[in-house]
Design a protein around this ligand. Structure first.
Ligand code: FAD
Length: 379
């Protein structure tokens, strides 16, 4: 395989992993990010992420997730800072909840290591969760907490050690494919590359010249609440969790800073925004669901958040990402639209991008995450 000169535009969750995989395969790869790497203002901020294998969003993700688990483990082994906490992921539902029964069926079908807990077992093992009666749970044993900023940092460090170059504070204004290569314009300077990988998260494909698929940016608010008994909420005792009641859908994260837990709302209720002009003020109304969770579903958690932040992610119309060549040019690869659930699979996306560069891509990936699927329309 001959080495190519490749630009990775956007060095966040996906771009950092692409940089790592392309550099380790011997390509001459350069990353550009509009911010420093990592940073806290796009989709890889907010301290913590859930990794899970029991994936009700679609069986097509399972191979990506299994590959990612191996790569997270490998990346962690070579890193000086801890970002992968294999503590399990707990899913809690009400009596007979179809979504949870379906997730359990999926776990069985795909050989996901798991336990099913009845209400009593749930009360005994995880008393931090306030139950109203009849709940049951799935414990995904390969579920984990990931620290997104540190994962990005580790991938970039591995990429640089393998020969990659990184430009920070270099927003790319234009990606222009042509017959000789792809022109990348940043800070008024234009460079020519064989291939460009565009991994710009909420910024989607707007810097690519010509018609591109439509990605929408969404604003997501994270909140942290103080806890009475921090020991009860340490990663060793409080797995990451996903819980649905008839009123609320949220995800919860253990205490990493010595005094708070993180509570996240579902991702789908927030509106579309301009990622470069998003309102970063967190209003009282923004935190309503999280306050309700703190006050009703968790034990010994303060009623009001003590920390909050605004983050962004890029979404598609069907909430599945694109991992494919750009529809107008095979010199441009798009990996975008991870729709609020991409972090866990980022390492395998890096491999999929490198495969697109080297061999034209894996048919499985191109089929499931195609840019040509009907749900995506050109903008
Ligand atoms: C608050 C929150 C919680 C989440 N929780 C989970 C979870 O628990 N589990 C999970 O799996 N997923 C979760 N997700 C989703 C996941 O984090 C994202 O899907 C994933 O990080 C998307 O990665 P990305 O590389 O597309 O975007 P990013 O990580 O945002 O990377 C895009 C990068 O592109 C850069 N960029 C943009 N435009 C340009 C330009 N013109 N030139 C140069 N650089 C540019 C940006 O600065 C940024 O660094 C969550 C997302 C959010 C926001």
């Amino acid at each position: 395989m001959s080495a190519k000169k490749i630009a990775v535009v956007g060095v966040g969750a996906m771009g950092s992993m692409a940089l790592w995989q392309l550099a380790r395969r011997g390509h001459d790869v350069t990353g550009f990010d509009r911010m420093g790497v990592p940073h806290d203002t796009s989709a890889h901020g907010a301290e913590s992420r859930i990794f899970r294998l029991a994936y009700r969003e679609g069986a097509e993700y399972i191979p990506l997730l299994k590959r990612s688990l191996a790569l997270w483990t490998e990346l962690q082994a070579g890193s000086d800072r801890k970002f992968h906490y294999p503590i399990g992921c707990l899913y809690i539902g009400e009596r007979g909840a179809d979504w949870l029964l379906g997730t359990i069926d999926g776990a069985r079908e795909h050989d996901v290591r798991h336990e099913v807990l009845d209400e009593q077992a749930l009360r005994n093992r995880f008393p931090q969760h306030r139950l109203s009666g009849g709940e049951f749970a799935l414990l995904d044993l390969d579920g984990a907490l990931l620290r997104p900023e540190l994962g990005v940092r580790a991938a970039v460090q591995a990429a640089i050690a393998a020969g990659a170059t990184l430009y920070q504070g270099c927003g790319v204004e234009r990606v222009r494919p042509g017959s000789r290569g792809v022109e990348i314009t940043s800070n008024g300077q234009t460079q020519l590359f064989d291939t460009a990988v565009v991994t710009c998260g909420a910024w989607g494909a707007r810097m690519i010249e010509g018609p591109s698929p439509h990605f929408t940016a969404r604003r997501l608010v994270g909140t942290w609440f103080g806890v009475d008994d921090t020991a009860a909420y340490l990663p060793s005792r409080f797995p990451v969790c996903i819980r649905r009641t008839s009123e609320i859908d949220y995800s919860g994260f253990p205490c990493l800073d010595g005094w708070t837990v993180k509570i996240m709302p579902p991702v789908n209720y927030l509106s579309d925004v301009d990622p470069s002009a998003v309102d970063r003020t967190v209003s009282y109304a923004d935190t309503a669901i999280m306050r309700q969770v703190a006050q009703t579903l968790l034990d010994g958690v303060d009623a009001e958040p003590v920390r909050s932040g605004v983050y962004l992610d890029g979404f598609t119309a069907d909430n599945h990402p694109v991992i494919d060549f750009h529809p107008e040019s095979n010199r441009v690869i798009l990996a975008a639209g991870f729709s609020g659930h991409g972090y866990k699979m980022a390492p395998a996306v890096g491999v999929a991008i490198a495969d697109l560069v080297d061999t034209g891509g894996d048919n499985y990936i191109r089929h499931h995450f195609s840019v040509h699927r009907p749900a995506l329309k050109a903008a």
